[in-house]
Design a protein around this ligand. Structure first.
Ligand SMILES: Nc1ncnc2c1ncn2[C@@H]1O[C@H](COP(=O)(O)OP(=O)(O)OP(=O)(O)O)[C@@H](O)[C@H]1O
Ligand SMILES: [Mg+2]
Length: 332
């Protein structure tokens, strides 16, 4: 579904979507558009293709649509097409009869059937080998599977959703993905925006992850203002998953009530906006308080040392304890 089409769903049950939809959080315009499209798609039955960078929440989108559809309460079955060997994907999806191949000691129902009236989520669909793509297309068109070693086909009821972080259109042009399967899956598609395109959602997500990973700490730890600035300045190539991992790491490594810049992974430190006082230009701050100058110098030194506080203290010519005390004062 294009951005325009996503816009056309405006007005659909907004009360559900103020800060999120299903397990998905997001108050930014881009996420609100996505939620409106998801409400519509939850009511339909056609195949769905979810695209977006790694870690943007594609699987969560699929789960939320499933949970808000008439299929809620039925199985949601994810299949990672990128992680399974091709022969295994085939036997997992379609099932097999006893003796169909070496090691098939008993018959097994395929996941397409086992999902019943639920949803099958084909993750990393772009990784599916071409011969399996042909088989999947047939299965989608006929809504029947033929278990390996069987002469008979069986019908299945499950809804099909697929996701990829690859540019499938490009893969079609390169001959790596069948165009007929692409068009079949792409009847309805959703694009999950990258986190850097919706940074206004970061505080909401951070609070959620602080609670989620508090591990029983009451109250859950908070994040210092400096640390939040760091998160807002960073580009998030790994999207929401990277943000969640960063917060989980910080809550695990620090036992204090406020998590600071240096509890975050070191690659985030360099995005800390630490302006250096410059008295030469028009924007000079000749009367900047000494304390502020000191704070900036210390934060810059720790960032330059890649988070190595011992090295920063040595470069600044102060003791390690003094550095720790100052950083604590700054809420880092
Ligand atoms: N909007 C969101 N609100 C809350 N949690 C989110 C959101 N988006 C993603 N997450 C969390 O981020 C993590 C990654 O999400 P998910 O696995 O759905 O991403 P993905 O796009 O499928 O990633 P990949 O392409 O690597 O498979 C999960 O722990 C998920 O719960
Ligand atoms: Mg995924």
């Amino acid at each position: 579904m294009s951005d325009r089409e996503q816009d056309e769903t405006a007005g659909a049950e907004p009360q559900q979507m103020a800060g999120g939809f299903g397990g998905l959080l997001g108050a930014s315009p881009a996420m609100q558009r996505l939620f409106r499209a998801m409400v519509k798609i939850s009511r339909s039955e056609c195949p769905l293709l979810i695209v977006g960078e790694s870690g943007t929440g594609k699987e969560l989108v699929a789960r939320s649509i499933h949970q808000n559809s008439v299929r809620a309460g039925r199985p949601f079955v994810p299949v990672d097409c990128g992680a399974l060997a091709p022969t295994l994907i085939e036997s997992e999806l379609f099932g097999y009869l006893r003796g169909a191949f070496t090691g098939a000691n008993s018959s097994r129902q395929g996941l397409l059937q086992a999902a019943g009236a639920g949803t099958i989520f084909l993750d990393e669909i772009g990784e599916l080998p071409l011969d399996l793509q042909a088989k999947l297309l047939r299965v989608l068109q006929e809504r029947e599977v033929r278990p390996l070693g069987s002469d008979h086909t069986v019908r299945f009821e499950a809804r099909i959703m697929a996701a990829t972080n690859r540019d499938l259109r490009h893969a079609v042009e390169q001959g790596a993905f069948r165009d007929d399967l692409y068009y079949r899956l792409n009847v309805v598609s959703l694009k999950v925006p990258a986190l850097r395109e919706r940074k206004t959602d970061i505080p909401l997500l951070v609070n959620h992850f602080l609670q989620k990973h508090a591990a029983g700490r009451q109250p859950a730890p908070a994040l210092s203002e400096e640390a939040l600035h760091c998160l807002l300045a960073y580009d998030w190539p790994g999207n929401v998953r990277e943000l969640e991992n960063s917060i989980e790491r910080a809550t695990t490594l620090s036992s204090g009530p406020v998590l600071g810049v240096f509890d975050l992974p070191t690659n985030l430190h360099s995005s800390a906006p630490v302006p250096v006082a410059d008295n030469s230009g028009a924007n000079a701050h000749p009367t900047m308080p000494l304390r502020e100058l000191e704070r900036q110098a210390i934060l810059r030194a720790v960032a330059d040392a890649g988070g190595d506080k011992l090295l920063a203290a040595r470069r600044l010519g102060i003791g390690k304890t003094t550095l720790y005390r100052k950083l604590k004062e700054y809420g880092c």
